[in-house]
Design a protein around this ligand. Structure first.
Ligand code: EPZ
Length: 421
């Protein structure tokens, strides 16, 4: 991994426009779903990210013909090799998303166990529990999952907990079964709905009841190709909004979907931001006053407050006018950025899954290390807020989920430089 790093100097009272790219977490399941058909699948508004390159490498390695023209992917052809490469899966856990389509289309496959990452163990027991119930024989050996099935049966299955990629994997697993299945306690993230829309284009009947959190699925033996636009990245949009408030800037954020981040907008306005909704895909964000109000935040599954926004808000609240409380309900180890913020003078106490953030007057620049994708975004915000200069190392985490963030930020006057040492 490259040891490139960012040098950031305090940048306040900026003005300008920031464009939101397509959502990484919508693009990855859409790419995996192309395994379900040999027909051409077109995916538009694809972000230019490390994880997308990894998924292109993984699918090409499995036999798919892939062309990328600017931000449009065309993926077609049969799968010739049903084994995922361990080195790619290690870099990107989301590779496990190929499991569902392999089961549905080929009734076999060999998928490397994704393993955990810095934010938690990230087990896939729910994915496997559903696969077993559908009739897949699963054998785990040498870190690989060997999948084999004679026949696949429709199921009535309740997830023990709400899982985003678990829901996406099982949607795909069921997409070639012509008898109706019912899934209960499903995830409702916009990225899941983006995938459901693509599967519907392929010929799968999916009926989602958002209140009941259930899905009724009737597949088809032979599925067609699809042509779909990736939804805007709601986490990148939210990151830019937090940045505006944290640095006292006035930023127009465009190409987002306002309806996907209501829970974030609410918290931002309580914290002291004014959010003018100019249109469903354009907002103007700026501070109402020159202080940040403390917040009580609990991360929850969609439509609750997203865990992927927790680190960014912790940076913001480190200079709030009082003490904030952040409860992380989704992942068991997602406060690592707190110790990095402490190096910048933040005053944060952690007790089990709760962080108590006592606002200080201002942060001071320091050398910090990013630990996971969203934490690195939080550190970029902290670097722009802090007096003096900061260095952020391990920014390959950042490149996995943000499309050249320093180039976007430089356009609004942020003092951010990438050093490829
Ligand atoms: C997706 O991860 C996202 N990744 C994550 O974004 C996001 O943080 C997460 O959903 C929660 O919103 C992608 O979509 C590629 P989960 P996922 O399964 O699907 C437990 C980013 O930065 N669980 O919804 O892996 C799990 O341990 C990433 O882009 C089980 O116990 O998350 C966690 O505590 C970070 N068994 C909780 O459920 C299972 O079989 C939610 O996990 C599955 C999950």
């Amino acid at each position: 991994m490259s040891d490139a790093y960012l040098v950031i100097e305090q940048s306040k009272h900026m003005e300008g426009t920031l464009e939101v790219s397509g959502a990484k977490n919508a693009t990855l399941p859409l790419m995996a779903a192309t395994i379900l058909t040999e027909e051409p699948c077109i995916i538009r508004n694809v972000p230019n990210l490390l994880d997308i390159k990894n998924m292109i490498e993984l699918l090409s390695d499995m036999g798919k013909k892939i062309t990328m023209d600017k931000n449009t992917l065309c993926i077609e052809g049969p799968i010739l090799n049903k084994e995922t490469r361990e080195d790619i899966v290690r870099k990107m856990r989301a590779s496990v998303l190929v499991m569902g389509p392999l089961i549905a289309k080929y009734k076999s496959g060999k998928v490397s166990m994704p393993g955990g990452c810095s934010i938690g163990a990230r087990p896939i027991d729910q994915h496997l529990k559903a696969a077993k119930k559908i009739g897949v024989d699963i054998e785990i050996e040498q870190g690989f999952i060997n999948l084999k099935a004679q026949n696949l049966n429709p199921i009535d299955f309740r997830f023990d907990m709400i899982t985003v990629t678990g829901t996406e994997n099982v949607f795909c697993m069921l997409s070639t079964l012509e008898d109706e299945s019912i899934l209960r306690n499903i995830a409702l993230e916009p990225e899941v709905i983006n995938l459901a829309d693509a599967l519907r284009q392929m010929g799968v009947l999916i009926e989602i009841d958002e209140l009941e959190r259930t899905a009724k699925i009737k597949g088809k033996k032979e599925l067609k190709g699809f042509d779909i636009k990736v939804i805007p990245d709601r986490i990148e949009a939210g990151t830019f909004m937090v940045l505006a408030l944290a640095t006292g800037s006035k930023i127009n954020i465009v190409n987002l979907n306002v309806n996907h981040i209501e829970s974030v907008l609410q918290k931002l306005e309580i914290a002291g931001a004014k959010v003018d909704i100019l249109s469903p895909d354009s907002v103007l964000v700026y501070p109402k006053e020159d202080k940040i109000n403390p917040l009580y935040i609990e991360t929850l599954e969609y439509p609750g407050f997203p865990t992927d926004m927790q680190a960014q808000f912790m940076s913001l609240l480190s200079i709030a006018d009082g003490e904030s409380t952040i409860v992380e309900n989704i992942f068991e180890n997602r406060f690592q950025h707190a110790q990095e913020l402490a190096r910048m003078g933040a005053c944060i106490r952690i007790h089990s899954k709760t962080a108590y953030v006592k606002g200080v007057k201002s942060l001071k620049g320091a050398e910090v290390f990013s630990t996971d994708l969203r934490a690195s975004a939080g550190l970029v915000i902290a670097g722009l807020m802090a007096e003096g200069k900061s260095i952020i190392r391990n920014i390959y985490h950042l490149d996995r989920g943000y499309d050249h963030i320093e180039q976007k930020l430089e356009k609004i006057g942020a003092k951010v430089k990438r050093i490829n040492s």
